[in-house]
Design a protein around this ligand. Structure first.
Ligand SMILES: NC(=O)c1ccc[n+]([C@@H]2O[C@H](COP(=O)([O-])OP(=O)(O)OC[C@H]3O[C@@H](n4cnc5c(N)ncnc54)[C@H](O)[C@@H]3O)[C@@H](O)[C@H]2O)c1
Length: 324
């Protein structure tokens, strides 16, 4: 339960996901605004929220603004909300460029408001538990991470997502999740190499990140399948064990080397109503805003992931390895 009054900007896919999560958290006051008043009204009706036809009035009336707008609008929206002195939750990626991201962070600091970037993968229970095990040294020294995220083109591949100037393209928009995860689990990245192929509606990319520790991460990412199909997977390999999970083949397992007797299964948790990652994430952000405690994912983390994503995209465009 949070006592914050939450105002959402947007009424698309993520606005709906956040609305559902805020409802699960029993917020006392929930409202939204979108340029499309009809979809905003429908969504508000479904989730028992208020509708505002004016963004400035919504911002005035709430404690925290949850920005679920297309990425190319994040900068402008964050600036407007910061100027109004309200705390901000903003969907990932923070922005389309490092410069924009830093300007957003700076304007929030100047205005004395807090900015949380919604890097939700860290709240997926299986990814979270796998990271905890790896960071606690249960796999020994990490050597290789293999991460997969292949789904279908958002909105059929014809919306703003398909325009790199508006979304950053698949690497900045979607591979960013796994890039952030790799940075979290295996530390700084010094070099990237990537390939990307696309049609008018589909995009598919693979990247190899070299961490300063010497570990490597391989990421496969696509807007390539038919509607509705979405596959994710992770393998974390250290010199003392291999942890693997796939959305195709749960349950996961932790395998230790040495002897057959040493082989054990450590199931990673699945998503349940009680561990919905979007709800967990917003609960965390709301708790931090109410108590003044630090966010688990910082704005610096968001910019760091964006920097690596931009290097990956640049490698894919040039066909050459890029130093980060
Ligand atoms: N964390 C995740 O899992 C995840 C998943 C998908 C998208 N996202 C991010 O969330 C943000 C929103 O994505 P979405 O999937 O909700 O997008 P969407 O296209 O489904 O919704 C966008 C909303 O913004 C509104 N809007 C206002 N001005 C607009 C304009 N000029 N052009 C287009 N739309 C405009 C639209 O009316 C719509 O309500 C993006 O930054 C995206 O990268 C995050």
């Amino acid at each position: 339960m949070t006592h914050l009054r939450v105002g959402i900007l947007g009424s698309g896919a993520m606005a709906q996901t956040h609305l559902r999560a805020w409802r699960a958290l029993d917020v006392p006051w929930l409202a939204l605004h979108d340029r499309n008043l009809e979809t905003a009204t429908d969504l508000a009706h479904t989730y028992g929220a208020k509708v505002y036809d004016n963004a400035a009035e919504l911002i005035r009336d709430c404690d925290v603004v949850d920005i679920c707008l297309p990425t190319f609008l994040h900068l402008e929206a964050v600036m407007q909300v910061a100027l109004a002195g309200k705390h901000i939750i903003c969907e990932k990626p923070i922005a389309l460029s490092t410069k924009e991201g830093m300007a957003m962070i700076q304007s929030c600091e100047t205005a004395g408001v807090r900015l949380y970037i919604a890097m939700v993968l860290r709240f997926f229970p299986m990814y979270r538990r796998a990271a905890e095990l790896a960071l606690a040294g249960k796999l020994g020294t990490l050597q290789v991470l293999r991460l997969k995220r292949v789904g279908f083109p958002p909105h059929g591949g014809t919306s703003w997502f398909a325009d790199d100037a508006l979304s950053g393209g698949i690497v900045v928009d979607m591979m960013l999740h796994d890039i952030d995860y790799a940075l979290w689990v295996a530390g700084d990245v010094v070099r990237v190499f990537a390939r990307l192929t696309r049609t008018t509606t589909q995009q598919y990319a693979q990247a190899i990140l070299t961490h300063s520790s010497g570990a490597i991460t391989h990421i496969e990412c696509g807007w390539a399948y038919q509607n509705g199909l979405f596959r994710t997977a992770l393998d974390l390999v250290g010199d003392a064990g291999l942890l693997e999970w796939s959305s195709d083949a749960p349950p996961s397992s932790l395998r230790l080397p040495n002897t057959v007797e040493m082989i054990g299964a450590v199931p990673l948790p699945a998503i349940s109503a009680a561990s919905d990652p979007y709800t967990m994430q917003l609960q965390h952000a709301a708790h931090c805003l109410e108590t003044g405690s630090p966010f688990e994912v910082t704005t610096q983390d968001a910019v760091r992931a964006l920097n690596v994503a931009l290097a990956v995209r640049s490698s894919a465009l040039s066909g050459r390895a890029v130093m980060v």
